[in-house]
Design a protein around this ligand. Structure first.
Ligand code: KG4
Ligand code: ZN
Length: 341
């Protein structure tokens, strides 16, 4: 079955056609990053207006590239949250219009769940891959840092999350501090490449929990960059120290949780999963196989929404035309929560 995925939760207008939840027939992403870069971050009102302009051409392109029409589509999956309400409303309402006109099932997907399902999409070299449950998912994006135990499709238990800044948010804020531009993740990664960490920055371990905290690290970078004004400390060395600290905490805590929960696999997801230092360190430290999407499926896209939507549809979890957006949605509003051990 072909699922049309739609994603407008932040600053990417995206549509994709995915066959049987795994095979990408098309994956179109119109990024607004240049539009927001001059403000140093995403401006919600600007994002909504741009989504309105882009969404229909993006869907048309996705259908054309997949070689199909709306009449060939079996269901529409759309991100209902978390994200910017005005931005989410664009995708959700276009999805409603399509399912109403073509009498199709509508599936609502959490953006976090969609990031996890990017790992089910077939790409070169991963054709035969079927994730093994129970698995531990580390979701690291601009808005979230979550450790999630997944015991089956749609069966999640949240083990830990950030208590303040998300990992991606920390990258973005520190990049701004260092004058490296927006989005910060790729800018920090580039600046840090080949540089020796200037100092060892503090790590917040939050013992006895699987939670994270990155705001102290941001303050430490601020202090370090002030000191820098006096001594010529290259930006790259500060960026490298910051990246090293974030990766160390993410990897150490993920591996510890995987051991404790006897996870059979670790999967990495979300925009920060594009970071090569994180990808390499997690692969090296993990006692179990580590799966991660290729870079283009780590950052926001609609193929992952179609994939997550397909598995929801398999379980009969469809939405009605009264579907609303939820800016603060968690992993899923409707799947069965697992009882605590
Ligand atoms: O998943 P995503 O595209 O959007 C959200 O759902 O938030 O993630 C965006 C975040 C941004 O904070 C961005 O700086 C970060 O992912 N990011 C990276 C890298 N590429 C994107 N962080 C570290 N290293 C990267 N290479
Ligand atoms: Zn995202």
């Amino acid at each position: 079955m072909k699922v049309l995925g739609i994603e407008t939760s932040c600053d990417e207008t995206a549509a994709a056609v995915v066959e049987d939840g795994r095979t990408i027939l098309s994956n179109v992403v119109a990024s607004q990053v240049d539009l927001h870069a001059r403000y140093g971050g995403v401006v919600p009102e600007v994002a909504s207006r741009k989504h309105l302009e882009s969404i229909l051409p993006v869907i048309d392109t996705a259908l054309n590239e997949a070689g199909c029409r709306l009449s060939d589509i079996g269901a529409v999956a759309t991100t209902m949250g978390p994200g910017l309400s005005g931005a989410l409303l664009v995708g959700v309402n276009v999805a409603k219009a399509i399912v109403f006109a073509y009498r199709l099932p509508l599936v609502a997907v959490s953006h976090l769940e969609a990031h996890i399902y990017a790992n089910w999409l077939r790409t070169e070299g991963t054709d035969a891959y079927e994730p093994q449950f129970p698995l531990l998912a580390l979701v690291v994006s601009g808005g979230h840092t979550e450790l999630v135990l997944m015991k089956g499709h749609g069966l999640y238990r949240e083990l830990g999350r950030t208590r303040d800044d998300a990992a991606g948010e920390a990258f973005d804020k520190v990049a701004r501090l260092l004058g490296l531009g927006f989005p910060g993740g790729p800018a920090i990664e580039k600046a840090a490449a080949g540089a020796r960490p200037a100092v060892r920055l503090p790590r917040a371990w939050l013992p006895g929990t699987h939670d994270f905290s990155f705001s102290g690290l941001k303050t430490a970078v601020l202090r370090l960059s002030k000191e820098r004004e006096g001594r010529a400390l290259p930006v790259g060395e500060v960026a490298a120290a910051f990246q090293e600290a974030v990766v160390d905490v993410l990897v150490t805590k993920t591996v510890r949780a995987a051991r404790e929960e006897r996870a059979r696999e670790i999967i990495l997801a979300g925009g920060v999963a594009a970071n090569k230092a994180l990808r390499n360190a997690l692969t090296d430290a993990s006692p179990v196989p580590v799966r991660m999407p290729p870079l283009f499926l780590c950052t926001d896209n609609a193929a992952m929404v179609a994939a997550g939507g397909y598995y929801r549809l398999q379980r009969g979890e469809t939405a009605g035309l009264d579907l609303d957006v939820m800016a603060g949605l968690g992993l899923t509003p409707s799947s069965t929560p697992l009882p605590a051990p």
